[in-house]
Design a protein around this ligand. Structure first.
Ligand code: GLY
Length: 379
């Protein structure tokens, strides 16, 4: 089978790239997914679009997150027009709570660097915090409010992106695990599964935590490793919280249908997606610290996903050296849902118009060294 672009990996990054290059006039697109479309970390995610809460300092990564967020309103609107699927972009904002002196010191640090960087952030007293979210614990000391940290229903986003592909003749192959990248005369010409070859002018690897398993003659793949996140969810009859709420020990994401997602562990545990009772209990405690009344609820769902981690937590986006038609877009770690629109845009600009975003230089695969893989693990 021949394509203009072969995308390996059918998570939010691969699907968003497929859509964006299609919108830029490339029509022969194939997506190969080793399992089922949109069932790995993009599905396990909580859908926070949170440059303020998820970054730790000013710099190009925070700029990348902020710029990707700025694309989201249009992304959601266009997806709705294209597919009829509402991805539930929710702009109520995010609170970051303090319960201890240490939390307050961290909040102050965050407030100061974010103000200086021009990010929108407001300080709220305990009383203001509880006025804005009445179910928050009376033990809260203070909080930060990030009006520009939003959320999206990531499972609906995946549904919308898949539907876009189906409506627009983008070929999707599930259960199609790549064994090798194919080259001829030093040029990448496609990829092969156990029993089929897929030829293409360009190949994009959006292979998340599985990137290091891809084999390509004379090319070295960056090292990407899985970092497990376990999650739990409660179900309430109606929505109890307006905003996404973080503490230093966990976060709570209220969905429109009354579900409350609680996340997440950060564990270097290989490709194990099991759920462990101890982690479930720790997540429950983090939730109860934020809002004690959650202690009365039964756990409705629990699951785990594998975040793709590399390069000090930074994404890897760009060409592999000596392989000008092989692109990588991976290692979005905690921010794949947030970073999908801008990742797709810069890859599409490169493929459709040979335009080089500065981000392709900054996040290029050569930057990802295996000694940047250490991580402070918390659970
Ligand atoms: N973005 C939240 C997480 O990865 O847990």
């Amino acid at each position: 089978m021949n394509s203009e672009v072969l995308i390996i990996g059918g998570g939010v990054i691969g699907l968003s790239i497929a859509r964006e290059i299609h919108r830029n006039g490339i029509t022969q697109i194939t997506i190969l997914e080793r399992g089922k479309i949109g069932q790995e970390s993009s599905y396990a995610a909580a859908g926070m679009l949170a440059p303020n809460a998820e970054t730790g300092e000013a710099g190009i990564f925070t700029d990348f997150c902020t710029e990707s967020l700025s694309l989201y309103a249009q992304f959601a609107e266009n997806l709705f027009a294209e597919t009829g699927v509402d991805i539930e972009l929710d702009r109520h904002g995010t609170l970051f709570l303090s319960f201890t002196e240490k939390d307050s010191a961290e909040l102050l640090h965050r407030y100061e660097w974010q103000k200086k960087a021009g990010l929108k952030v407001e300080h709220l007293s305990a009383q203001e915090t509880r006025k804005s979210e009445p179910f928050v614990s009376p033990d809260v000391r203070e909080s930060l409010f990030f009006p520009n940290d939003w959320q999206v229903e990531n499972r609906k986003l995946l549904h919308a992106l898949r539907k876009y592909a189906e409506l627009n003749g983008i070929e999707i192959r599930e259960d199609a695990e790549i064994k090798n990248i194919l080259s001829e005369n030093g040029k990448v010409v496609g990829a092969e599964t156990e029993n089929e070859k897929f030829l293409a002018e360009n190949v994009v690897l959006a292979t998340g935590a599985w990137t290091s398993f891809i084999k390509a003659e004379n090319l070295q793949m960056p090292v990407v490793k899985p970092i497990r996140g376990q999650m739990i969810a409660f179900q309430t009859a109606k929505r109890l919280f307006e905003k996404v709420i973080y503490s230093s020990r966990g976060y709570l994401v209220p969905r429109a249908d009354g579900r409350i997602l609680i996340g997440a562990t950060v564990e270097d545990a290989g490709f194990d997606k099991n759920i462990y009772d101890l982690s479930t209990e720790i997540l429950r405690e983090a939730a109860i610290e934020i809002a004690p009344s959650l202690g009365n609820l039964q756990i409705y769902e629990n699951w785990a996903g594998l975040r793709p981690f590399a390069n000090n937590g930074l994404p890897i986006i760009g060409n592999l050296p000596h392989a000008e038609n092989l692109f990588i877009a991976t290692a979005h770690y905690r921010n794949g849902i947030l970073l999908a629109p801008l990742t797709a845009k810069i890859i599409a600009e490169k493929l459709a118009a040979n335009r080089n975003s500065e981000y392709l230089e900054f996040f290029r695969p050569q930057q990802a060294r295996s000694n940047d893989l250490s991580l402070n693990i918390s659970i």
